[in-house]
Design a protein around this ligand. Structure first.
Ligand code: IPE
Ligand code: IPE
Ligand code: MG
Length: 246
């Protein structure tokens, strides 16, 4: 049933939401620059907005939310910016762990956590561990994540099993290959949202997005409100997915 209210200008059919929404949380730096603030202030505002949007997704019944927080290429940024982002993540997780009992949001991390600062890495593992006790909305945070890196790792691990004589190349199917990805067991994203004005994939969920619907908006991530999400959901609901058929 379409739903309108004073704050909800955009009609969304909440009974037919995408199961899995993925977001490239982009535009933090430009948001800050436009306000005459340092880029790091944009990351802080972006982290705050993530909290708002993740909670909203859980409240309306989205099953899976996958967000791009830090890519394998983002290490190219100045050291101070990278360390601010890592510090914000640490702060965010410390707070999230406290609220998990109440929020019941399940968290997982996609990406190689080993190069992260030790305390952050441990917090990620602790968050995942606590999450195993919860059902409900699953939020996947892509951290030191790259789509190509993910595919290479899956290919390498299958090749290793072949070399060990445990499997044969003929046994490799799309399903088997998917099991080697960080997203193993999770349905592919239905809707991929990129705020910030860029219209590119930037190495995000390359395998999983084969039939995802894309939604681009110029709104920067810190300003991507619940209403902006409803616009994306509404646009998604107006699309016809054909998967190569007619
Ligand atoms: C996204 O915002 C956050 C990360 C990539 C970590 P940006 O920092 O890329 O913001 P812009 O694109 O420079 O505005
Ligand atoms: C993609 O944004 C990565 C994240 C949002 C974490 P970037 O800002 O890194 O992407 P490019 O460099 O504009 O392609
Ligand atoms: Mg960017």
């Amino acid at each position: 049933m379409p739903l309108f209210s004073k704050t909800q200008k955009t009609a969304v059919d909440f009974a037919h939401l995408p199961r899995h929404v993925a977001i490239i949380m982009d535009g933090n730096g430009r948001w800050a620059k436009a306000k005459g603030m340092p880029r790091t202030a944009g990351h802080a505002a972006g982290a705050e907005n993530f909290r708002t949007i993740a909670t909203y997704c859980k409240d309306i019944g989205i099953e899976y939310l996958t967000v791009y927080a830090f890519s394998t290429e983002n290490w190219k940024r100045p050291v101070e910016e990278v360390s601010t982002i890592m510090d914000l993540l640490r702060k965010y997780l410390l707070e999230a762990i406290e609220k998990m009992e109440r929020d019941r949001v399940k968290m997982r991390f996609f990406g190689d956590l080993s190069p992260l600062p030790e305390e952050l890495r441990k917090l990620c593992l602790r968050t995942e561990e606590i999450s195993t006790h919860y059902e409900g909305c699953q939020v996947n945070i892509c951290l030191n994540y790259g789509g190509r890196d993910e595919i290479l790792r899956a290919a390498r691990s299958f090749a290793a099993r072949c070399a060990a004589g445990e499997q044969t190349p003929e046994e490799l199917t799309e399903e088997v290959f998917s099991q080697g990805l960080w997203s193993a067991g999770i349905p592919d994203p239905d809707l991929m949202i990129r705020p910030g004005g860029e219209e590119r994939v930037s190495n995000f969920l390359l395998w999983q997005s084969a039939y995802a619907e894309y939604y681009f908006t110029k709104v920067n991530w810190p300003d991507f409100s619940k209403e902006e999400l409803r616009k994306a959901l509404s646009a998604y609901q107006s699309r016809q997915r054909r998967y190569g058929g007619i």
